[in-house]
Design a protein. Structure first.
Length: 354
C-alpha cells in the first residue's frame, strides 16, 4: 500500500540546470504528470535531497523557495546557493542534472502578498532573492504597484538574477527601482543605510524581507526607520529542517472522529479541503497531530513552527502556540495560527485551513 508520506510527495523531473553565479544554480522542474503543482509567488518546495551512501550521508529534507512566477513561467524553478559546510545545497550544486528525479512536497509557506499593498518594498540578501524574485515579477506583471528592491550581495559576481533584474528595471523603470548593496564596496548592510534606500511609505506600503539572520535584523530595523507599519513587514527565514516531513505516518493511531469530546478533550470543528469534521482534541496534543492521527490530510512541512506550512485560521475559541517563528503580528491579529504548535485553550473551537 502506498504510504501516506509517498502520497504527500511528488516526483519532479529536472529539465534544466542553470548556473546563475559561481555558487548558485537554478533547477527547473517539469510539473508532475499527475497534475500541476500550483503555487503562489513567495512559496517554497520541500525537496528530498539524496544522500551519499559511500560517505554515510543520509538523505536530507530541505526547503527551497520557488523563484518561478505562476502565470509567467511554464515550469517550477528553485534556486540553490551553496552554504559553506552544508550538505544539501552543495550536493544539489554538484550533482543535480537534467533527467534526475527528486521527490518534493507540494508548495507551501505564507511569505506571500496578502495585504493588498499600494507600494511594495522588497529587501533581499544572497539566496533570499528567490521568493522575492517571484513576488517581484508577479507584482510587475499583474498590478500597477510601485516596487523598490534593495538587494545585498558580497560582490558583483554573486548577484543572482543580475541580468533579469536589469531587464525588469529597463522595462518597468517608471515604477520599479533596484539598488544593489555590495559588501565589497559598502561593507555589511546597516539599518540606517538600508532605510535610506527605502521610499517614504504610504499607509498601505508592505515590505517583504528575505536573507540571512544578520541581514533580516538590519532590514527589519530599516523598515521601521523608514516608517513602514510593522504589521506590514513580512519576513522569510531560511533554515535547514531538522525533522522529516516525508516520513511521518498518518492515521496510525486513528481515533474516532465526529461527535462530542471525550476524557476532557476539547471539541474542534475543522474546515479542511472543503469538508467539515468535528474532532475531539486532547488538551496536550497539538492540533496537527490530532488531525493526522484521525486520518485527516492536514498540511505541514517542518513541524517546528518555522515554515508556516500548517497555518490555519482560528474562527472560534483560543489556542496556545508553543513556538511561532514565522507568523507576524498582522497574521496573529487576523487569527492565523500554526497547527503544529497549537494546544487548545477553550472547550469548543472552530478552525479553517486555507
Ligand atoms: C522556507 C525556506 C526557503 C528556503 N529557500 C532557499 C532558497 O531559495 N535557496 C537556498 O539556497 N536556500 C534556501 N533555504 C535554505 C535551505 O533550506 C537550506 O537550509 C540550505 O540550503 C542549507 O542546507 P545545507 O544542507 O546545505 O546545509 P546544512 O547541512 O543544513 O548546514 C547548514 C549550516 O550548519 C552547519 N552545520 C551542519 N551540521 C553541523 C553540525 N553538526 N554542527 C555545527 N554546524 C553544523 C554547516 O556548516 C552550515 O554552515 C530555504 C529555507 C527555508 C526554511
Ligand atoms: S509545519 Fe512548519 S510551522 Fe507548522
Amino acid at each position: 500500500m502506498e504510504s501516506p508520506a509517498a502520497a504527500r510527495s511528488h516526483p519532479l523531473e529536472i529539465i534544466d540546470v542553470i548556473e546563475e553565479t559561481p555558487d548558485a544554480v537554478s533547477l527547473v522542474f517539469a510539473h508532475p504528470t499527475e497534475g500541476r503543482l500550483d503555487h503562489t509567488p513567495g512559496q517554497f518546495l520541500t525537496l528530498r535531497v539524496p544522500g551519499t551512501p559511500e560517505d554515510g550521508t543520509r538523505w536530507a529534507p530541505r526547503c527551497y523557495s520557488l523563484s518561478s512566477t505562476p502565470g509567467i513561467d511554464d515550469h517550477l524553478k528553485v534556486t540553490v546557493k551553496r552554504t559553506a559546510g552544508g550538505y544539501a545545497s552543495n550536493w544539489l550544486c554538484d550533482n543535480a542534472k537534467q533527467g534526475m528525479i527528486l521527490e518534493s512536497l507540494a508548495p507551501g509557506g505564507r511569505f506571500t502578498v496578502r495585504d493588498a499593498p499600494d507600494r511594495l518594498v522588497l529587501a533581499a540578501a544572497g539566496s533570499g532573492i528567490t521568493p522575492v524574485m517571484s513576488i517581484l515579477r508577479d507584482a510587475l506583471a499583474a498590478s500597477t504597484t510601485p516596487v523598490t528592491l534593495v538587494y545585498a550581495n558580497r560582490d558583483r559576481s554573486s548577484i543572482i538574477f543580475a541580468a533579469a533584474l536589469a531587464e525588469l528595471q529597463e522595462s518597468h523603470g517608471d515604477r520599479f527601482t533596484v539598488t544593489h548593496w555590495l559588501e565589497s564596496e559598502r561593507g555589511l548592510p546597516t539599518a540606517a543605510g538600508l532605510a535610506r534606500l527605502m521610499p517614504a511609505p504610504t499607509a498601505a506600503t508592505s515590505a517583504y524581507l528575505c536573507g540571512p539572520a544578520g541581514f533580516m535584523d538590519a532590514a527589519t530595523e530599516a523598515a521601521a526607520l523608514a516608517g513602514i507599519d510593522g504589521a506590514r513587514v513580512h519576513r522569510e527565514a531560511f533554515a535547514s529542517l531538522t525533522g522529516d516531513p516525508f516520513a511521518v505516518d498518518t492515521g496510525a493511531a486513528a481515533a474516532p472522529t465526529g461527535g462530542a469530546s471525550s476524557d476532557g478533550a476539547a471539541t474542534v470543528v475543522v474546515d479542511l479541503n472543503g469538508a467539515t469534521t468535528i474532532v475531539a482534541w486532547p488538551r496536550e496534543q497539538v492540533l496537527l497531530d490530532t488531525l493526522l492521527d484521525r486520518g485527516l490530510d492536514a498540511p505541514y512541512v517542518c513541524r517546528e513552527g518555522n515554515c508556516g506550512g500548517c497555518a490555519f485560521t482560528l474562527r472560534r475559541g483560543e489556542v496556545h502556540m508553543l513556538v511561532n517563528d514565522t507568523l507576524d503580528d498582522h497574521e496573529l491579529r487576523n487569527g492565523v495560527r500554526l497547527a503544529c504548535q497549537s494546544l487548545p485553550r477553550a472547550d469548543e473551537l472552530e478552525v479553517e485551513f486555507d
